[in-house]
Write a protein that binds this ligand. Structure first.
Ligand code: NAD
Ligand code: AHE
Ligand code: ZN
Length: 368
């Protein structure tokens, strides 16, 4: 079949809207009509050329929601008409990682996914007979896409696609990092570095679990109003204080219980670790840093009890947890609507990237 898609032909170039060829689903795969997709900073990261796994030409996008149109042989858990959210972190429930119960990082198809291919090591997308690569196993910047069955969460049919698509990455990553990765407890002091599409969801998660001080750090002062609405109690603009770490240590009587880095800046990652409390502080890296970047600190920071950790997709097991997070939204327990500041047709997707880069949008959503 043919489908409209935004193609990333090469690093650093704007996306180009094309009508591409899409092969039907093979064994264990599902054809999905994407109804809406968010634009995440990670899409920009890969498009910019900073991603060591970046491969072109590709169809980016990993924050979508849509409807099952067709299923390939061997698919048992989904049928035509089901509403789904594609998962860049699948949940096969049978690999060593899934069975360990220690991680959400299912590895059954991670190898081919990182090469921009379906599990049988080929691509379903092409143009003029030349393959176009998939991205994160999802490629939601295409009106129709093929996704492995284990990388689809089935969701309730009354959930609006234009809102719950954001659960495909940002909402789950932010709230999940608090609930599933850090397991932040009532009364904890929390610091969030970077108040964008991810960081504001960390704030929302910290408020949900009853954190005490929720300190937000961002160089964009315009982020303060929205962050306060979501539960931030204190705001720090690094441009306005001499020493961010010292400021946080003083505000929290010795350091934060938890910090979350939601930028992808290795200097900030160090600050995020060092502003946590001696003896027990935990710092969770969510931000994705460019190829070649490395983190550093004095080992003494760890010797004296601080822990450096990371979180991918908020530690969520997608097929199990994503439908629950959709329920939380439908029950009014979490706010997604206010974070979706811009919507646009596929033709304007490059404007969506510009709005994110300039700090004007929090989440831009493409509507098909
Ligand atoms: P975003 O662009 O919406 O937000 C980034 C925020 O950081 C902005 O508000 C910006 O003003 C702020 N910022 C930039 N430099 C700063 C600095 N030096 N000090 C303080 N604030 C600064 O991006 P996003 O979509 O929220 O994504 C954030 C990061 O999380 C990205 O690196 C993205 O790739 C990553 N990410 C990781 C996961 C995961 O599973 N680990 C999932 C989604 C996104
Ligand atoms: N390809 C990158 C890694 C990018 C990365 O860390 N991705 C996160 C999700 S970001 C979503 O917006 C992730 O889930 N990582 C786990 C994994 O297996 O990729 C690189 O730097 O190589
Ligand atoms: Zn993302």
């Amino acid at each position: 079949m043919k489908t409209r898609a935004a193609v990333a032909w090469k690093a650093g170039a704007p996306l180009s809207i094309e009508t591409v060829d899409l092969q039907g689903p093979k064994f264990g795969e599902v054809l999905v009509e994407i109804k809406a997709t968010g634009i995440c900073h990670t899409d920009y990261y890969t498009l910019s050329g900073a991603d060591p796994e970046g491969i072109f030409p590709a169809i980016l996008g990993h924050e979508g929601a849509g409807i099952v149109v067709d299923v390939g042989p061997g698919v048992t858990s989904l049928q035509k008409g089901d509403h789904v959210i594609p998962l860049y972190t699948p949940e096969c429930r049978r690999c060593k990682y899934c069975l360990s119960r220690k991680t959400n990082l299912c590895q059954l198809i991670r190898g081919t996914q990182g090469q921009g291919l379906m599990p049988d090591a080929s691509s379903r997308f092409s143009l003029d007979g030349k393959p176009i690569f998939h991205y994160m196993g999802t490629s939601t910047f295409s009106n129709y896409t093929v996704v492995p069955e284990i990388a689809l969460a089935k969701i309730r049919k009354d959930a609006p696609f234009d809102k719950v698509c954001y659960i495909g990455c940002g909402v789950t990553t932010g709230i999940g990092a608090v609930l599933f990765t850090a397991k932040v407890e009532v009364g904890a002091n929390v610091v969030v570095f970077g108040l964008g599409g991810i960081g504001l969801n960390v704030i929302q998660g910290a408020k949900m679990v009853g954190a005490d001080k929720i300190i937000g750090v961002d160089i964009n002062p315009a982020r303060q109003e929205m962050a306060r609405k979501f539960g931030m109690t204190h705001f720090i603009n690094p441009k306005e204080v001499d020493n961010v770490v010292e400021t946080i240590v003083q505000l929290t009587d010795g350091g934060a219980d938890y910090s979350f880095e939601c930028i992808g800046n290795t200097k900030v990652m160090r600050q995020a670790l060092e502003c946590t409390h001696k003896g027990w502080g935990r710092s969770i890296i969510i931000g994705v840093a460019e190829a070649g970047a490395e983190i550093s600190t004095r080992p003494f920071q760890l010797v004296t009890g601080r822990k450096w950790e990371g979180s991918a997709f908020g530690g969520a097991r997608g097929r199990t947890d994503v439908p629950k997070i959709v329920d939380w939204y439908m029950e009014g327990k979490i706010n997604i609507d206010d974070l979706i500041t811009h919507t646009m047709p596929l033709e304007d997707i490059n404007k969506g990237f510009d709005l994110m880069k300039s700090g004007e949008s929090i989440r831009g959503v493409v509507l098909f």
